[in-house]
Structures are given as structure tokens and as C-alpha cells.
Design a protein around this ligand. Structure first.
Ligand SMILES: Nc1ncnc2c1ncn2[C@@H]1O[C@H](COP(=O)(O)OP(=O)(O)OP(=O)(O)O)[C@@H](O)[C@H]1O
Ligand SMILES: [Mg+2]
Length: 290
């Protein structure tokens, strides 16, 4: 069965698409069969990587027809497929709203069609609440939320994202429980303010949903490598396998994240696949340094 992760934040521009693309690229390089799904009407993820094959259809077709015929496109990265966003006018939102089984729909479609085809399915969402975001959240086994450690984003996480989770809790009675949420300190700069907010987020107990919300140990720093890799249209671990200085390389950071989210993959041991010349990354990850 595929592990399904939906990347969500109720605030725009926090790094959802970059995170989805880079996680997908790394997991594929680690040998996993990966599907990324663009559930944003602004199709940023859809054009993140070059495509080797572009299917006629995309997410609207997948959700409304329940069939995978003509909806799976292939990126130029081995083992990394994508369902593109094909709904520039946002009709799918209305369809989901007025279809009785709208919100649980994506979960059931994925379970009945693609669950055995992929090891991991990653769903990128738009930074605004709505039926499309709901259907993506309800499809997930795990919700991943990037949080830039600056006060407005941290407050919006505590308010908007948690409110969304609480709002969707009753869906459990219809067979679509909301998965546990992992907050990821994302685009952390080297200021004291960022460090303080990251600390506070980690110390917070998120009372209404205690237990289902955890802030991950890995934090993704703000570095130019993520932008450069996006411009070059390659996964960031390939773009920056190592780096000198105090900030860990993008490969190191993304591997630590994969290791935390998918411990069964033993990612540090598989790093030779793309960083064969720098085995020290795997070694230092395994020993908890970095
Ligand atoms: N670790 C990082 N360090 C520095 N910049 C980053 C990092 N990750 C992403 N960015 C940049 O931050 C900007 C926003 O990222 P992205 O588009 O992934 O956010 P988003 O949450 O998907 O936005 P939207 O809500 O519009 O969909 C982009 O310019 C991206 O290149
Ligand atoms: Mg985006």
C-alpha cells in the first residue's frame, strides 16, 4: 500500500510546492515508486520538473471519473510520476462541494486505483481552505505542514491549520479520519528570532489535538540552493549534495527529513545512489551528527 502524504498550510508561499517536489525527487532516487499530485489550481508543481510524457488529463479527470486512464504523466526523473493540475478555472472546487461524496472522493479513488502502483503518493495543495484542500487532506495517511519560523506564519499555523484539522475531525465517522500532522520548521534563517519561534513551536502542546501533532526534529534552512534547484528543474539533493560551512547541505537536510518520515527506508544507507562520492553524508546522518 502506498504511503500518502498531503502537504498543507493555510498560508500561501510557505514552501509547500518546493517541499513536495524535492521530497518526491529524493524518494524516487532512493528507489521508491513515487506519484506527486498537484491539487492547486495554480499549477506550480505541474511544471516543476520537465515531463517525459504528458497525459491528456489530470486531477479533475482522476477525481470526477474515478479512473486513472489518461491522468498519469511521467517526469524525466526515473520512478517519479505526476498527476497535473488541469483546472485553471477552479471548476473542481464546485464539483467537490456539490457532489455528495465529494470530500472523501480522492481517498477512495487513490485506494481503489493507485495504491498498489506506488510506494509513496505526495499531494501538494493550495494555500487556502476549500473543498479541494479538504479532499487532499482527507486522502492522507499523514499531513505535512511547512512552517516558516516567523511570527505570522507560526500564528497562522496555530490558528488556521489546526482549525482545519478540527473542522474535518467529524469526517472520521464517514470512514475518512484526519491523519496525524507533522509540522516542519521550514526556511529557517539564522536569526535569533527564528530560533526562538522554532523553539516555541516545539514546546507548544497544541492542546485541542494533542498527540496527533508533532513538530519534526529536522528543520529545513533558508538557502539559495532550493531556488536554484527549482530554476534548474532538478531535485535539490542532486543540486547541492554537499556544502561547506555550518548549514547542512540540501541533500543532508532532505535525507534527514526522509529518514524521519520514512524510517523503514533506512535512507542514510541508500545514499550511494546519488551521492556515491560523498559517503560521509550517510555516515554522519546515521550517527546523528550534521
Ligand atoms: N528552503 C528554502 N530556502 C529558501 N527559499 C525557499 C526554500 N524553499 C522554497 N523557497 C522559495 O520560497 C518560495 C515559495 O515556495 P513555494 O512556491 O514552494 O511555496 P508554496 O507554499 O507552494 O506557495 P503557494 O501557496 O503559492 O502555492 C519560492 O520562491 C521558493 O523558491
Ligand atoms: Mg505551491
Amino acid at each position: 500500500m502506498a504511503i500518502k502524504i498531503t502537504v498543507v498550510a493555510t498560508k500561501g508561499g510557505v514552501g509547500k510546492t518546493t517541499l513536495t517536489a524535492n521530497l518526491g525527487g529524493l524518494l524516487a532516487d532512493l528507489g521508491q515508486r513515487v506519484l506527486i499530485v498537484d491539487a492547486d489550481v495554480q499549477p506550480t508543481l505541474s511544471s516543476y520538473y520537465p515531463l517525459q510524457f504528458r497525459a491528456d488529463g489530470g486531477l479533475s479527470d482522476l477525481i470526477t471519473s474515478g479512473s486513472t486512464a489518461n491522468v498519469i504523466s511521467r517526469t524525466t526523473i526515473d520512478r517519479l510520476d505526476i498527476v497535473v493540475s488541469d483546472d485553471p478555472e477552479g471548476r473542481l472546487q464546485n464539483w467537490l462541494l456539490y457532489t455528495p461524496d465529494g470530500r472523501p472522493r480522492l481517498k477512495h479513488v487513490l485506494l481503489s486505483t493507485l495504491d498498489n502502483v506506488y510506494d509513496v503518493i505526495l499531494i501538494d495543495t493550495q494555500g487556502a481552505i476549500g473543498p479541494l484542500q479538504d479532499t487532499a487532506v482527507l486522502a492522507a495517511d499523514l499531513i505535512l505542514s511547512p512552517i516558516p519560523p516567523e511570527i505570522l506564519s507560526a500564528r497562522e499555523f496555530a490558528r488556521g491549520t489546526l482549525e482545519m484539522i478540527n473542522r474535518l475531525q467529524p469526517m472520521a465517522r464517514l470512514g475518512t479520519p484526519v491523519g496525524p500532522l507533522r509540522g516542519l520548521i521550514y526556511r529557517q534563517d539564522r536569526t535569533l528570532d527564528a530560533r526562538r519561534i522554532a523553539q516555541e513551536l516545539r514546546a507548544e502542546s497544541f492542546a485541542p489535538s494533542r498527540g496527533t501533532i508533532t513538530i519534526l526534529n529536522t528543520a529545513v534552512p533558508a538557502t539559495v540552493a532550493y531556488r536554484e534547484a527549482a530554476t534548474q528543474r532538478v531535485p535539490v539533493h542532486r543540486w547541492e549534495p554537499h556544502r561547506s560551512g555550518a548549514t547542512p547541505s540540501a541533500a543532508h537536510t532532505m535525507l534527514a527529513l526522509v529518514d524521519e518520515l520514512f524510517p523503514h527506508l533506512e535512507a542514510p544507507r541508500l545514499t550511494e545512489r546519488f551521492v556515491g562520492d560523498v559517503p560521509d553524508i550517510g555516515a554522519s546522518l546515521a550517527s546523528g551528527q550534521g
